[in-house]
Write a protein that binds this ligand. Sequence first.
Ligand SMILES: Cc1cc2nc3c(=O)[nH]c(=O)nc-3n(C[C@H](O)[C@H](O)[C@H](O)COP(=O)(O)OP(=O)(O)OC[C@H]3O[C@@H](n4cnc5c(N)ncnc54)[C@H](O)[C@@H]3O)c2cc1C
Length: 484
Amino acid sequence: MSLSRAEIVEQLKEIVGPQQVVTDEETLRHSSIDRFRKYADIHGVYTLPLPAAVVKLQSSEQVSRVLAFMHQHGINGVPRTGASATEGGLETTVRDSLVLDGASMNSIVNIDIENMQATAQCGVPLEILENQLRAQGYTTGHSPQSKPLAQMGGLVATRSIGQFSTLYGAIEDMVVGLEAVFPDGTITRIKNVPRRAAGPDIRHVIIGNEGALCYITEVTVKIFKYMPENNLFYGFTLENMKTGFAILREVMVEGYRPSIARLYDAEDGSQHFTHFADGKCVLIFMAEGAKGIAQATGQGIEEIVARFPECKPVETSLIETWFNNLNWGPEKVAAEREQILRTNNMGFTTEVSGDWSAIHAIYNNVIQRIRQTFPHAKDITMLGGHSSHSYINGTNMYFVYDYNVVDCKPEQEIDKYHNPLNAIIVEETLKLGGSMVHHHGIGKHRVQWAKQEHDSAWYIMQGLKNVFDPRGIMNSGTIYPNEK
Ligand SMILES: Cc1cc2nc3c(=O)[nH]c(=O)nc-3n(C[C@H](O)[C@H](O)[C@H](O)COP(=O)(O)OP(=O)(O)OC[C@H]3O[C@@H](n4cnc5c(N)ncnc54)[C@H](O)[C@@H]3O)c2cc1C
C-alpha cells in the first residue's frame, strides 16, 4: 500500500534528519517548476502538484538510503542541483514527489595537477571550481552561459556544453569518471583512467540521464592550462547565414580549433551586437591556448574568412567586450523577472543540431514556418538564432524567440506560445534528420518526440530504464514519456 504524504515526510525525517526535510509551501511551489514556466512563476501561479518535500542531501550514503526508500514505496523523485534547468526537467508532475536537492554536497574533493583532473561533489557550482582552478593557472574549459548558476551534478546530467566547446569539447568529453546512486540504493563508481577498452563506455549511461536513471553524486573532469594572455578575438559582419555556415565548415574541416566559433543571424546579431551589427549577420571567433597554437589558429581563420569577400572585419575589442559580459548570474535572472513583469515581453530558446548539408535548410524552414503559420506570429518581437557549437560533420542552431504575452493567463502562456514554437523547431529539425536537442536536455516538454528522436535506438534507451529504474521512480516524464 502506498504511503500518504504525511507518512512520506515522517519517514524521510527519520532517514535524513528533520532539518534536511523542507516542507514550507513557498519552497515547495518554487520547487515544482523550472525556467520553462518562468512566466507563470513570475506571476506567482503554480499549477503542478506540489512535491511532498525538498530533501537536502548531505552524502552519497544518504542519497542511497533515500532512493532505496523511494524505490520500495514507489515514490517519484526529481534530482536537482543548481536549478538552472530550462526544459521542465525539474517539474514535479507526479503527486507527492520528492525533490532531491544535492546543492549541499559541495566539496571540491581533489585538484590533481599531476594527472590533470579535478574531482567535485555534485553540488559544487562550476564557477567556484573554475575560479579555484584559474587561481592555480588551470581551467575546466567548461563555460556554459549559466556558469554562475549551474552545479556539477546538473551539468553532467544534462550533457551541457560551454562557449569554448570547439576547443575543449562538451561535458561528455571532459568527464573522466563519476560516482552515482541507482534507484535500488546501489552506489557505483566509475574509475578515473585516461582511456580503456573494457566494454562499452558506461559513463554514458550516467552522463545526460537528466535524473531519469540515477543520481550523480561526484564527478571527475579533465583540467587544462589557463592561458588567457594568448586569447585572440575576431569578428566579422556578413550578408547571409549560408555563407556563415560555409565558413564555419571550412574552419572545422581544415582542422582549426578556435575555442569560440559563432554565427548569428541578423535578428539575433542585432540583439547581441547593437554597437556594430548594422542589420547584418555576425561571425565571431576566439583562438586560445599556447601562444603558437592560438596564433596559428587565428591566422588560419583569417585566411579562410578572406576567401569570402562579403565578410567585413570589425574592431576586435568589440568582440572582447561582448565576451566579458556573456554569463548569467542571479542578478541577470532577477533583472529579467523584473523586465518581464514590466513589459509582458519575454524570450525563450530551443537548441537543435544538424549536419552541414541540413543545417541551413533547418534554419530557413523554421523561421519561415513560424512567420507564415504560427497563429500568434504578430506577437513575436524577435525571431532568429545562432550557431554556437561546431563539429567536423555539422553544427547546432540555437533558436531565440521573444514575444509579447497577449490575452492569456500566466498558466496558459506555455501552451499559447512556447510549446507551439518549440514544436515547429523540433518537427522541422527531425524532418531533416537533425537532433531535436543539442544541449539543454529533453526535459518534459520535448519528451513527446523522444522516441522519434531515437527511432530504432529507442530499444536501447528503453532497456536502460527497464533495468535501472524498473519502478519508474526517477524523474517521471523526463526523457521517457509518461505512458499513463
Ligand atoms: C541563463 C541560462 C543560460 C544557460 N546556458 C547554458 C549553456 O550555455 N549551455 C548549457 O548546456 N546549458 C545552459 N543552460 C541550461 C542549464 O544551465 C544547464 O542545463 C545546466 O547543466 C543545469 O545545471 P544545474 O546544476 O542547474 O541543474 P538543475 O537545473 O538542478 O537540473 C537539470 C536537470 O538535471 C537533473 N539533475 C540535476 N542534478 C542531478 C544529479 N545530481 N543527478 C542526476 N540528475 C540531476 C535534474 O533532474 C534536471 O532534469 C542555461 C540556463 C540558463 C538559465
